[in-house]
Ligand binder design. Sequence first.
Ligand code: SAM
Length: 499
Amino acid sequence: MKEEKKERRLAQKELDSSVKINVAEEDRFVLPSAEEQEREAGLPADLQALKTRIHDIVHVLSDFAARRQADRPRQDYVTQLRRDLCLYYSYNEFLMERLMDLFHLSELLDALEANEIQRPVTIRTNTLKTRRRDLAPSLIDRGVNLDPIGPWSKVGLVVYSSQVPIGATPEYLAGHYMLQGASSMMPVLALAPQHGETVLDMCAAPGGKTTYIAALMKNTGMVYANDANEARVKAVVGNLHRMGVTNAVISCTDGREMPKIRPAGFDRVLLDAPCSGTGVIAKDPAVKTSKDEKDIQRCAQLQRQLLLAAIDSVNAKSKTGGYVTYSTCSILVEENEAVIEYALNKRNVKLVPTSLTVGKEGFAKFKAKRFHPSMTHTRRFYPHTHNMDGFFVAKLKKFSNTIPGTEPAAEEQPSGPAPAPPQKRKADVDANDDEGFDEDDKAAAPSPQKKKRKAPQGQQKSPRSKHVGGKPGAKGKKWQKSVNPKARNPKKKGLNKKP
Ligand SMILES: C[S@@+](CC[C@H](N)C(=O)[O-])C[C@H]1O[C@@H](n2cnc3c(N)ncnc32)[C@H](O)[C@@H]1O
């Protein structure tokens, strides 16, 4: 009896394991053969089937040894994945390959999905004309649903919805705010222009960053807004007028000529360089198919020349500055870290921290490339991680006006106009400390350190979350209640003021 029971148990065990093996075999993903691929190529794309296969391949690649077909190398899976991703998301092979190099497989699909979704509308309060705590209630009264952009900015607002066109409100027309992407504020915060300085915005049009620089300088000193494109310079004129900027000079010339016009004549230079736009695909989907290797090389070549010109325009002996901030809305290493590395080798500059509290570190290593270890001071922003446009920001400090390989006498030559009057200062003052921001505003701004709100389920990893800058999904406190004048203490100064 006992023997019989034991035998039955063993038989059952055998049966169970053979069923398991069969099920596993049936579930095992099989790459399409050459004939299947050929057949598929002649048919219209089946998006649902493509999506399933993309996920299947990612699943296999994430534990390749256990899930692979014995006769197929890893490269076959990677090639099929690239082809499928190109077809599903409408990219060319060149750009998809670059994105696959940039992102780990676990991140790649999130990055591609984020490019299919628009970033939230964000605005920057113009502190030359108003304060955020005054602007927000005015817009709320017009039916604009908004919040502070994130703890990293004292002037930014994120607009969830609006009953009025946000680019045509009376406040907009009066220059109380600028429509400006969150990542576009980062280079200016990193530049940290100081009162009384002489600052060059080398590629300024349409002037989003120039107006921010002027606001941080409280219209003191001088901002030179230059752009090579005449038609775009007209937009700079309009924006500077609307925003009440009175410390600016506008010019239209090739930025590479700047050191000849005003050698080492600026305390700080912002180079927001022309680029491939691979960080703003959600805004301009044509980038998915319009860029190739040559375009990127052309961009990188111009960026290198502009960056050397930006460095040559800065006065290393400036008492308050001597800084260059370089930024692009590209996420490709060739246009970012590689351009900075080139400048580090060609000029007397070093990388310094950007003082930005958001963003990922730039690459000190990328594939076979090794950059200077200080490259980690640079900052990268991604749509899927920061819910803002893809961006790169680097800050350089110039430590000598001598250009390596040229006459040492260049150091002693007069270097443009006299530098800004010396100011007593500890270090580069954080731009964020000087944005016309006040304690009331601080109270209204969400403080994720103090009060962490759990994002609703399903939003945890989604770039659709409207909070900008922090982890996607970590939604900011709804500001409606906190800044709506009706919800506030009416005795508090200024809160009940009608706009
Ligand atoms: C990324 S956009 C600048 C955006 C601007 N900083 C803003 O925040 O509104 C790059 C600009 O570089 C300008 N540009 C291209 N080549 C240039 C050159 N060689 N010298 C100066 N500007 C140039 C383009 O006309 C374009 O307006």
